[in-house]
Design a protein around this ligand. Structure first.
Ligand code: NAD
Length: 492
């Protein structure tokens, strides 16, 4: 196993414990307390991040408020704001390898996938740089008597709290910062406590690109402390959250209490339906990659497989073979196809689900055990003989664990697929185009794949039905989350 050499910039970045970004100054957390940054490939400490306190959150919100009320950012000419966001994307591109290495060290994902994440993050920032000078209202011919000039203005919503998870740390931050900055908002970013490094490096790059004081603040720390202080703070106008459904509900309550605007990108347990006429040469490897990619820690992962009984054995055998052929290794190995789970806690969580499945009568058809002796690696796992009443089928496991069932008819497959409280994504495999589109319409989820199990792009709305969330990120809809509409009536 040959691990890539870390770039000198990566080494020097992790060599020092990290600070919080408040009002363009890097500051120690008020308590001076640190949270260890652990490399999930070997369980070793690689750095430390600040454990922010309520007082730090107060300072960050005050800095963002001041930047919004009296700083240049919201008033800046749109073309200028656009140019500055493009400069941020250029900076990220110039430091792409370093960002990818930080992501791999922190999250564990294979370096080639981390490079893909950096590409997607730059893409999102650049895409929204392009929107910054294309935001405008409309004029209206109205029905009231008299002569009127009526128009709408689009304004930034204000100070936004951006709370992101650990599975795609940089991508999630970029998907929120891009539209927030393009709209003219000022922000407080709270990365996940397990993976804050890439966000902190992004903060440095944004300052180097010339982002005015206080426009971006970054507070690191735990959800129940920093996150909770942010969502309950009266100085926050909007909360944008990506994370689990359980935390999403806590945030929805806090948002309701303060009548804050809120968007929620939450968990999923997405169905993947393979019909009898599917092209199995494509369906098998794509279904395997869909669930095993990023060690199954993907919100849209096709984690419930419903396969027609005629092809079930072939499909399960094929997916297990793809899993076996994947090189499981630390993310810094260029050939790694599957890295560790993000943390010891996540490893315990996933393995306890596997045990629960066995207790409920399901059978392990592949994997199910730890891989190697150090770090948090798990073999690609398939749990067969399941039914929709089992915990492993109902709940999001968020690991490389596929649960499988067979069906006889299209109606049965759809009923099984929709029998869930989630509604983030879904996929159907068939060579009949009508079947594909008909089923895509009937699956209650926000993102559907026909003959593909994965799909995401910064221009395409992403979000969930049911308990998978509220609102859509990406694309124009993602920008609208950060804008208020004001209607102006003038009597002529
Ligand atoms: P999580 O809900 O535990 O944490 C997410 C973030 O919220 C972290 O920054 C955490 O510190 C913070 N947080 C936790 N408790 C909080 C509280 N009480 N108040 C405020 N903030 C709090 O989720 P996770 O385990 O980090 O991420 C995995 C989850 O994210 C999965 O459920 C996954 O499906 C979901 N996810 C969804 C999408 C999507 O687009 N729908 C994308 C990626 C991940």
């Amino acid at each position: 196993m040959a691990l890539i050499n870390l770039a000198p910039e990566t080494q020097s970045f992790i060599a020092k414990d990290k600070k919080l970004l408040i009002g363009s100054q890097w500051q120690d957390a008020g308590s001076a307390a640190l949270i260890d940054v652990i490399n999930p490939a070997d369980g070793q400490r690689i750095s430390g991040i600040g454990d922010a306190s309520n007082a730090d959150v107060e300072k960050a919100v005050a800095a963002a408020r001041q930047a919004f009320e009296s700083g240049p950012w919201p008033e800046m000419k749109p073309g200028e704001r656009s140019r500055l966001i493009y400069q941020i994307a250029d900076k990220m591109e110039a430091h792409a390898e370093e960002l990818a290495q930080l992501e791999t060290l922190d999250n564990g994902k294979p370096i080639n996938f981390a490079r893909g994440d950096v590409f997607a993050s730059i893409g999102a920032i650049r895409y929204y740089a392009g929107w910054a000078d294309k935001i405008h209202g409309s004029t209206h011919n109205i029905n009231m008597p008299g002569d009127h000039h009526v128009y709408t203005i689009k304004e930034p919503v204000g100070v936004v709290a951006l709370i992101v998870p650990w599975n795609y740390p940089l991508v999630m931050a970029a998907m929120k910062l891009g539209p927030a900055l393009a709209a003219g908002c000022t922000a407080i970013l709270k990365p996940a406590e397990d993976t804050s490094l890439s966000a902190l490096r992004l903060g440095e790059l944004m300052l180097e690109a010339g982002l005015p004081e206080g426009v971006l603040n970054i507070v690191t720390g735990y959800g129940h402390t920093v996150g909770s202080a942010l969502i309950n703070h009266p100085g926050i106008d909007k909360i944008a959250f990506t994370g689990s459904t359980a935390t999403g509900k806590v945030i929805a309550h806090a948002a309701a209490e303060g009548l804050k605007k809120v968007s929620l990108e939450l968990g999923g347990k997405s169905p993947n339906i393979i019909m009898a006429d599917a092209d199995l040469e494509k369906a098998i490897p794509a279904s395997a990659m869909g669930i095993f990619f990023n060690s199954g820690q993907t919100c849209t992962a096709p984690s419930r497989l419903y396969v027609h009984e005629d092809v079930k054995d072939e499909v399960i055998k094929g997916i297990a073979e793809v899993g076996k052929s994947m090189k499981i290794a630390p993310g810094l190995d260029e050939e790694s196809m599957m890295g560790p789970l993000v943390s010891a806690k996540q490893f315990e969580r996933v393995t306890s689900y596997i045990e629960a499945g066995q207790k409920e009568g399901a059978e392990i058809a592949a994997g199910g055990v730890r891989h190697g002796e150090e770090g948090y690696f798990l073999e690609p796992t398939i749990i067969d003989q399941t039914n929709n009443e089992m915990t492993v089928v109902k709940e999001e496991i968020f690991g490389p664990v596929l649960v499988t069932q067979s069906f006889k008819t299209e109606e049965e497959a759809l009923a099984l697929a929709n029998d869930t409280e989630y509604g983030l994504a879904g996929a159907v495999w068939t060579q009949d185009i009508s079947t594909g589109h008909r089923m895509a319409r009937k699956i209650k989820a926000g993102i559907l794949g026909i003959n593909t199990a994965m799909g995401a792009d910064w221009d395409v709305p992403l979000g969930g039905y049911k308990q998978s969330g509220i609102g859509r990120e990406n694309g124009r809809e993602g920008l609208e989350l950060y804008l208020n509409t004001k209607s102006v009536f003038t009597t002529l």
